[in-house]
Design a protein around this ligand. Structure first.
Ligand SMILES: Cc1cc2nc3c(=O)[nH]c(=O)nc-3n(C[C@H](O)[C@H](O)[C@H](O)COP(=O)(O)OP(=O)(O)OC[C@H]3O[C@@H](n4cnc5c(N)ncnc54)[C@H](O)[C@@H]3O)c2cc1C
Length: 288
């Protein structure tokens, strides 16, 4: 198959706009698995590889806008530690749970979001963080919240000529964390995942759930309860139980080869309780 290695975004979107089928390749940790499992490359199909586009592999904190801009092809290893992890701990925690060191060296947030798996660890964090995908094509650019870009299991609103160039993440003050449950501790696709982001400045929380629905789910009923418990120190067992019940009601899991729906619903409640408890402890530590 012909593989092109554009060196900048303009060249990449020109290649994607050419007549005939095109396929984007970033780390290849999803796409090459699909190809190896028979997702044949079509007649005349060309691969557009993102590896040589420096702009997609870098990140910056734009202090004037309070926004972290992460290139779509920044690998998990880079998201998992260093300054970026300090700025965005929940994404770093999600990054650390992805696959193995080899997968984290190659795989990217852009590939995770574009794959749109309900089990995508980075996708779950991106939804909780209110991340916006910056999308380019030869026709121009647009910005779409990640929560809206992903429309169903393995489905997105991305056109065939479109490339995600970066993610814009508004930075918040307050606890954030990611947790997941799988059949073992490493190299595991989640059975349930949850990401909590508390925005103290605006007095809101966002809780995103992975692997318990057709796509990443938010918890509109539990979120105000979570905010209240964390910011007003009104946490007691009954209130935590109320949050857990509300999170379990928001989940829409199915039985599959990894777990039953019942177990997923149970597990996601456990994760929510764990994250809220961590948020309460983190706040108490900061205030002492
Ligand atoms: C052994 C193994 C373990 C794994 N473990 C986990 C795990 O624990 N958690 C998890 O979430 N995932 C896991 N994965 C899945 C995979 O590693 C991640 O989803 C990864 O983030 C995909 O990124 P990539 O750069 O490799 O994507 P690629 O495979 O290169 O691309 C994936 C899809 O996204 C499209 N795409 C890529 N970049 C862009 C872009 N910038 N714009 C538009 N479309 C784009 C491609 O065309 C393709 O359709 C695992 C995979 C393997 C093989």
């Amino acid at each position: 198959m012909p593989v092109f290695h554009p060196i900048d975004v303009d060249e990449a979107v020109e290649l994607l706009a050419r007549r005939g089928p095109r396929r984007i390749l970033a780390g290849g940790t999803d796409e090459m698995v699909r190809i190896n499992h028979g997702a044949a490359v079509g007649e005349g199909e060309e691969i557009v590889c993102l590896n040589n586009i420096t702009e997609l592999r870098s990140w910056a904190f734009e202090s004037d806008r309070g926004v972290l801009v992460i290139g779509a092809a920044v690998p998990w290893t880079e998201l998992a530690s260093g300054a970026i992890a300090t700025l965005c701990p929940s994404l770093a925690e999600a990054a650390r749970t992805v696959g193995s060191p080899q997968i984290r060296n190659a795989g990217t947030l852009g590939g995770n979001v574009a794959t749109a798996s309900p089990a995508g660890d980075g996708l779950c964090a991106a939804v909780a963080l209110d991340a916006v995908a910056v999308i380019r094509s030869a026709a121009g650019s647009r910005r779409v919240p990640v929560a809206e870009l992903v429309t169903g299991p393995k489905q997105t609103g991305l056109g065939p000529e479109e490339l995600i160039t970066s993610f814009e993440i508004p930075l918040t003050e307050g606890y954030q964390g990611y947790a997941k449950v799988g059949v073992r501790n490493a190299m595991v696709i989640s059975i349930a995942g949850a990401c909590l982001v508390v925005d103290e400045q605006h007095g809101i929380s966002r809780l995103a759930l992975g692997s318990v629905g057709p796509t990443i789910l938010r918890c509109p009923e539990a979120e105000p309860l979570i905010t209240d418990v964390i910011l007003n120190r009104s946490g007691n067992t009954a209130r935590l139980d109320e949050i857990v019940d509300s999170v379990r009601s928001a989940a829409r899991p199915i039985d599959d080869h990894r777990a039953t729906a019942d177990y997923r619903r149970h597990a996601v409640g456990v994760l929510a309780r764990r994250l809220v408890t961590r948020a309460i402890s983190a706040r108490e530590e900061n205030n002492t």
